[in-house]
Design a protein around this ligand. Sequence first.
Ligand code: ATP
Length: 221
Amino acid sequence: MGIILEVQDLAKHYREIRAVDGISFSISRGICFGLLGPNGAGKTTTVEMIEGILTPSSGQIMYQGLPIGPRFRRDAGIMFQNTALQEFIKVREALELFRNFYSRTRPLEELVAKCALGEFLERDTHRLSGGQRQRLLLAIALINDPQILFLDEPTTGLDPQSRRNFWGLINGIKKEQKTVVLTTHYMEEAEALCDLIGIIDNGKIIAEGNLSQLQKTISEN
Ligand code: ATP
């Protein structure tokens, strides 16, 4: 399958705070990797370093065998935890706006179908329910037809039904052989979506494996 993303001894320190304290993992192409951990564990800091938003204090991040650079930026799609959407803009207009930023884009109709946006395309983005807003943000993350998709706590705050609906969309995206990197503090979310899970706490990965490996580790301890 081949490793698409490799993180080696990555750390981010803010004075005495060790937000991320030397973590390493490798992600094979086409899998869904989940960073599972409580609030403040270091999930967002980790993915934001990979995404190039935060500068690491130390460590290495390799995409397809090379330090992250223009190729990574072209291939990556990001769904942030909090994205500010422009005011007084309809869902369709938001998608069109973001499409202008990329040379390679996915057809609008495809994004609408993939993310189930059909019912509210003409609605103001500030009048969406939590689940609808997350579906729009997912569509925006998919606009450049990314090879690797980052989802930072995509279902936090959603009701159980909307969360399940969202998982259905992610499973649809996984079927396209895309690599997905997901952070979550919901065990059920990691169970429903992830092929490989890293459990993160206090800036360190304390266990890693697929679901059954992790269950075995837990039952043995
Ligand atoms: P959440 O689920 O709440 O988003 P998280 O696992 O994503 O949590 P991070 O946001 O990565 O956690 O934060 C990790 C730790 O680093 C926390 O203790 C946080 O308070 C601290 N931290 C994050 N950013 C900064 C900063 N700019 N300055 C100081 N400390 C920070």
